[in-house]
Design a protein around this ligand. Structure first.
Ligand code: 5GP
Length: 189
């Protein structure tokens, strides 16, 4: 999506070689007009797929997912990073290694909010090694829900996540795909 690529070129900052900082418009300060354009693009790409719910992961996916949900006219469920080790039986649970912080998060969704009849669109801000998206796919599988596809804002295509998740048969629609960020120069696919 041209608009997102241009914004990344203008305001994105490459850190440590493989981390892209986009906190001025995507995941700290949020440009909701841009989110709306992103939501419209996913709605166009997934038209006719009878998506009835969006599933995202705390925290950066939530804002993007909520604006996209307005375009789809569906609710958003966000998978929560649990702060308690005492995980009860009324939740689906998965462990997700964090790309940005290191370590592993316990991620949960209440069984009340993911149903076998659900046709889910997964949404996240970044796709790097694929752990976050695989975690969401796992939660959907536990519920017996159908994953229609994944809408990703920024895919770092030089990292293995996109290939891994697509190899499992998940349709991934990334609105900006970065081929390389070597020496701070961002190149799109
Ligand atoms: P993965 O699980 O695919 O390795 O990484 C995806 C998650 O890590 C996303 O939810 C996102 O929050 C974070 N992430 C991965 N790469 C980047 C990056 O380059 N910049 C930022 N800001 N977050 C990233």
């Amino acid at each position: 999506m041209k608009e997102l690529e241009e914004r990344i070129r203008r305001d994105g900052i490459v850190e440590d070689g493989d981390v892209l900082k986009v906190d001025s418009f995507l995941n700290h300060q949020m440009d909701v007009e841009l989110f709306r354009a992103m939501g419209r693009e996913w709605a166009r790409l997934f038209a006719g797929e009878r998506i009835n719910k969006i599933l995202t992961i705390e925290a950066s996916g939530i804002g993007i997912a909520c604006v996209a949900a307005l375009e789809f006219g569906v609710p958003v469920v966000f998978a929560k990073k649990s702060r308690t080790r005492n995980i009860t039986g009324d939740v689906y649970h998965v462990q997700v290694p964090s790309f940005t912080h290191g370590g592993v998060s316990d991620v949960i969704v209440s069984k009340r909010f993911l149903l076998p009849t659900d046709r889910l669109l997964l949404i996240d801000d970044f796709l790097a090694n694929g752990a976050a998206l695989e975690g969401l796919t796992d939660l959907a599988e536990q519920a017996g829900a159908t994953v229609v596809g994944a809408g990703i804002a920024v895919e770092k295509a030089f990292q293995p996540g996109g290939e891994r998740v697509r190899a499992k048969g998940v349709r991934v629609e990334s609105l900006a795909r970065i081929k390389s960020m070597a020496s701070g120069q961002i190149e799109f696919c």
